[in-house]
Ligand binder design. Sequence first.
Ligand SMILES: Nc1nc2c(ncn2[C@@H]2O[C@H](COP(=O)(O)OP(=O)(O)OP(=O)(O)O)[C@@H](O)[C@H]2O)c(=O)[nH]1
Ligand SMILES: [Mg+2]
Length: 279
Amino acid sequence: MNENKTNINWFPGHMAKTKRQLLEQASLVDIVYEVIDSRMPISSRVEEMNDIIKDKPKIIIATKYDLCDKSVTDKILENEDHVIKINLQKDDIYGIISATNELMEDINNKRLEKGLNKRSARVMVIGIPNVGKSTLINRLVGKKVAGVGNKPGVTKNINWIRVNKDIELLDSPGVLWPKFEDQNRALILASFLSIKEEILNSDQIACFILKKIFELYPEKLKERYGLDSLDEDFIEAYETIGKKRGALSKGGSVDYDRVSNIIIRDLNNGYFGDITLDR
Ligand SMILES: Nc1nc2c(ncn2[C@@H]2O[C@H](COP(=O)(O)OP(=O)(O)OP(=O)(O)O)[C@@H](O)[C@H]2O)c(=O)[nH]1
Ligand SMILES: [Mg+2]
């Protein structure tokens, strides 16, 4: 692994600035939506969440529920308090709205007790890259929102957009780099494109995907690529997949780079079927 590249993840000034901004933004909201990916309901969690939001209520929005292994993901999330599992591309967002209203009612009751007026819920979205933050914001607002898609560390203004008469939303999400002390978590995150190839190369990621699927869902590997087993150095597997998928270089030999990309794409397009990589 290239050391310069590995450092991108831990650019301390950048990290500190992002976190400071997030702390500021979080101090303005009543409720936080923590967006996680249902296919990695442990690995995609925001580690510093409690530092950032203190004791504010939070709703976990587990996106891409359509692509995950439901029984595994349900089990992992069963002890969490407010969880909405959702396919953001199809499902209605009513569950998110009603969970928000419910939490806000408590907050407003406390305000009333203190002699303050009731007011709209102010919420913000926080999550690691590629979990569906922008999609969620667009769904809530009902149209494409300009501030959406900002990269971490970019200074932006605080803009509130109205979701409905009871809810206001911060227009840009808080993005945090995931932490990964262990290689397994880094590879799961990379498999689902939440950390980019700056940190791990596509061969490493693709071989990890093959290994994981063989371990957890061997029948899916057989179905997709006709593989019953995995050889230790993945060469036979790459040869089989490359030939099957026509990933050949000009000379007719298997193009390993292309095979790696096929494997990563197949996973992310849901072509192996429903998969959850965390246990
Ligand atoms: N199948 C499926 N795809 C989803 C779902 N939610 C989001 N996506 C897709 O996931 C990809 C990433 O979604 P984004 O909304 O761009 O994610 P993000 O968190 O804003 O990503 P960054 O801005 O890169 O941090 C897009 O291709 C979405 O269409 C879902 O519930 N199901
Ligand atoms: Mg985005």
